[in-house]
Ligand binder design. Sequence first.
Ligand code: MV4
Length: 451
Amino acid sequence: MFKKALIANRGEIALRVIRACRELGIRTVLAYSEADRDSLPARMADERICIGPGPSSKSYLHIPNLISAALLTGCEAIHPGYGFLSENPSFAEICADVGLIFIGPPSQAMVQMGDKVQSRIAAERAGLPLLPGTDALRTVGEGEAAAARIGFPLMLKAAAGGGGRGIRLVQHADEFTSVFTTAQSEVREAFNDDGLYIEKYLGRARHVEVQVLCDNHGNGVYLGERNCSIQRRHQKLLEESPSPGLSEALRRKMGERSIKAALAIGYRGAGTMEYLVDDDDNFYFMEMNTRLQVEHPVTEWVTGVDLVREQLLVAAGEPLRVRQEDIVLRGHAIEFRITAENPALDFRPQTGVIEEYLAPGGIGVRVDSHLYQGYEVPPHYDSLLSKLIVWAPTRAEAIARGKRALGEYVIEGLPTTIPFHLELLDNEAFQRGEVYTNFLAEHSEQLALKR
Ligand code: MV4
């Protein structure tokens, strides 16, 4: 096992990785930007090193500074967390070139899954079902021909996108050309690749993702699934496990097909296969995330597996100790993403000072957060303040516990999404487990949301 690791991230996930390292006796070095000098992870790590000014491009995305930080402090490994460079194949390659262990999958797996067209081809080859769709479309003409073949409504997606970036719903043929042209210029601007592809739009579906974990010895396990259907502008707001409405048989089928595909592409470490599931128990591969995800704690709680610990052990070459037959889902976990956004102002991100902070606690409550009283939320990064995760034997009890914990949570000084989550838990469709991708669109009035 390596003795020292650089955490190339910030906020709650940096804290999460520091904690897992500490329990394994791995010394931690936190890479921090000037804006994060007074952050809780900077205080908690064994050592800390500044990697640049606030803007991400000059710090958390600045590869030379991160590599130098790791080498200067004598680290043997780097944990990228999520976001930033966590799915950047060049970063993983450079780590390997300078003899640093990148705690994540091989760069080749990132390349293959990072191109959403290539990932569909690889997924199909590995036996995963796909929605009707296309390879990369380069011209409007190609797009129009494919759209006529697939039919409307359809989803236009960016090959280099993912997670919702560069995605558009096209309802009717007469709007296709203008949407395609606009999307192509935006995608060319945002990514170095202007490839677009089409998928048949699946209206009433659940967004269900399967957690996989593979080691360097050919072993792989799936760790249940997460329902992530409650999203706003492609940002997940709440996730839960197990997914309401998913039968044990379908869970096993999706899990087995996911792990078979992950092993087929040579995957290593923790990864997530994202699917859409319709009401006839058909599931369709959308994309694979080659990193630890924000919502990993709900899986940790229902399976009892510490996913960050497993990432560290796999990166150190250890064989998986957990076997598929040992993985039994127990109870129900829900994660509430508490962000510095104002639901009444269209979820516009807010900054400010945390005037008062009191975290909830008690049985079945976990708070993954870097907040403290007096902390100043910097403007440079995403707006995630905290993840409140609750567990209970049943979904109904988890909802009641979520209400209780959210009610205890004191974050004064800036607006948060706590009121939104309390509204959501009072929604009867949500309580019935009708958690579909069109949930927010259907209940926006009650949830006081602008669409
Ligand atoms: C879809 C879809 C329906 N049909 N693709 C992909 C990225 C993720 N952030 C949302 N994604 C979706 N892709 C096809 N072909 C539905 C979603 C989707 C969704 C779409 C709109 C509003 C909320 C959503 C929540 C989850 C999934």
